[in-house]
Design a protein around this ligand. Structure first.
Ligand code: SF4
Ligand code: SF4
Length: 308
């Protein structure tokens, strides 16, 4: 894929993070795409759930100057700061007027070439450290043509590629993305279909089918578990996850302990957060999960992912 229709292709991006050590090996640039087919109740990146641009309002940063109210050409912001979503066209004029960044537009259209040029700025660091480009989200496969184009373009420059995925994607779209990725960081939220659906909004049949397909392709696969007490931390689920990791020839398992750091974003987006009372796993819970996973899978188990 090198023609201009590819390099000019645009996608909606929430963020690009340079010099990351957490989402793959070495020093990496992480491109966060917007949109996800799952609705995990614990999501710590809820600003990436919806595919389109949207506005976030951080009330604690607001000094009540009223500049946003004045700047809005559609009268979408009431004097008390309430946003009338039906009037907002996410033009961003209120965010431009806000000196404290209490109002921020989430999501920006960027072309493949713009992003690749940004990624290329750190090519020397990738070469020294064994790093590269990671596409995350949201869910990279929620913009399948764009994700594929980014990965294939990166490959033309010899950049190592990785994706972080929930695996919920039609295989015809997923397969070319997987083919262009050197490493697949694959989340398994729960092994039981009904419990997976209760926690994420979708069943896990497609997720499990896809990870088995990837296993047969011989790709480097890291299986990741967001460890959440009361949701998926029980021994039966951990053992079933470990057996899956072994079956698909995963290189490693990563435990990602639940945390509450994303909570403020739910409120800023005006959404209900149902995990306020959820506790993070304590050291004992994490150590126990690690032991179960190690024993059942006979694979290396890492806590916190790369760079932790
Ligand atoms: S994004 Fe535009 S339309 Fe929406 S509230 Fe801000 S200024 Fe008004
Ligand atoms: S411009 Fe920013 S700081 Fe001023 S009222 Fe609006 S949100 Fe608050």
């Amino acid at each position: 894929m090198e023609d201009s229709s590819i390099t000019k292709m645009k996608g909606v991006v929430t963020d690009i993070q340079r010099f990351s050590l957490h989402d793959g090996t070495g020093i990496r640039t992480i491109v966060f795409l917007k949109g996800c087919p799952l609705r995990c109740k614990w999501c710590h990146n809820p600003e990436t759930n919806r595919p389109c641009r949207e506005m976030a309002y951080y009330r604690d940063k607001c000094i009540g100057c009223g500049a946003c109210v004045q700047a809005c050409p559609h009268g979408a912001i009431l004097s008390d700061g309430t946003l009338q979503n039906d009037l907002c066209i996410t033009c961003g004029k209120c965010a431009d007027a806000c000196c404290t960044k209490a109002r921020t537009i989430i999501g920006e259209e960027r072309s493949v070439e713009e992003i690749i040029q940004e990624v290329l700025r750190d090519q020397i660091f990738y070469e020294i450290s064994g790093g590269g480009l990671t596409i995350s989200g949201g869910e990279p496969t929620a913009q399948p043509r764009f994700a594929r184009a980014l990965l294939e373009r990166a490959k033309t420059f010899g950049i190592s590629t990785a994706i972080e995925t929930c695996g919920f994607c039609a295989w015809r779209d997923f397969e070319p993305i997987v083919r262009s990725s050197d490493v697949i960081l694959y989340d398994i939220k729960h092994m039981d279909p009904a419990k997976h659906k209760a926690a994420t909004g979708v069943s896990n049949e497609l997720v499990l089918e896809n990870i088995r397909r990837i296993g047969r392709m011989g790709k480097k696969l890291i299986l990741r578990i967001p460890l959440i007490p009361g949701v998926n931390h029980d021994d039966d689920n951990l053992k079933a996850t470990a057996f899956l990791a072994k079956e698909v020839l995963a290189a490693e398992i990563h435990i990602l302990p639940f945390h509450q750091l994303g909570q403020g974003k739910w409120y800023a987006l005006g959404r209900e957060y149902k995990f306020e009372e959820q506790t993070a796993p304590d050291e004992l819970c994490i150590a126990h999960a690690k032991l179960i996973l190690e024993q059942a899978s006979e694979l290396p188990v890492n806590i916190g992912g790369y760079g932790a």
